[in-house]
Design a protein around this ligand. Sequence first.
Ligand code: IMP
Ligand code: MG
Length: 180
Amino acid sequence: MHNDILKVLVSEEELQNKIKELGNQITEDYKDKNLLLVSVLKGSVVFMADLMRAINLKCRIDFMSVSSYGSGTKTSGTVKIIKDLDIDIRGYDLLIVEDILDSGMTLSYIKKILMDREPKSIKICTLLDKPERRQVEDIKADYKGFIIPDEFVVGYGLDYDEMYRNVSYIGALKPEVYNK
Ligand code: IMP
Ligand code: MG
């Protein structure tokens, strides 16, 4: 598995340090709020698992799953709800936890449908941000881990064709892996 990785972009240690920072900031910002962490499956599960334990507050978690990509590395332009939230979000301060903000289409869509359900507030926390790839201009992350260049990355929850999610750092794949 590690043989398919060309280079490490964000190491395990850098990830853990950044998550501590984000957790402290969120703990401070949400101390008088009714926090509900919403993880967007599957890419954000690893980030979610670490981030929620870095937040020192009573809070709730929920999951939703949408699909915007097939097995390739480019957006298909359509977003579909595969699994909706279990919790009625009215009155909650939502923090959407995402793996990566790329074109922005997924988050823009999720934010819009969740807004219609009248939560008290919605903010976005993304581990990675690829600003060069943005197509939806009005979507911004309130909390972000790392800004990365326009390169397809895997690991720490992120996949290529559903693989490499269990790699514990963020890395770029060797080109020959895509061309197999
Ligand atoms: P967006 O709708 O283009 O912003 O895409 C967001 C989703 O695309 C993320 O939640 C990821 O699942 C996927 N994605 C975008 N860039 C990458 C990448 O570099 N590696 C793996 N998945 C990616
Ligand atoms: Mg994905």
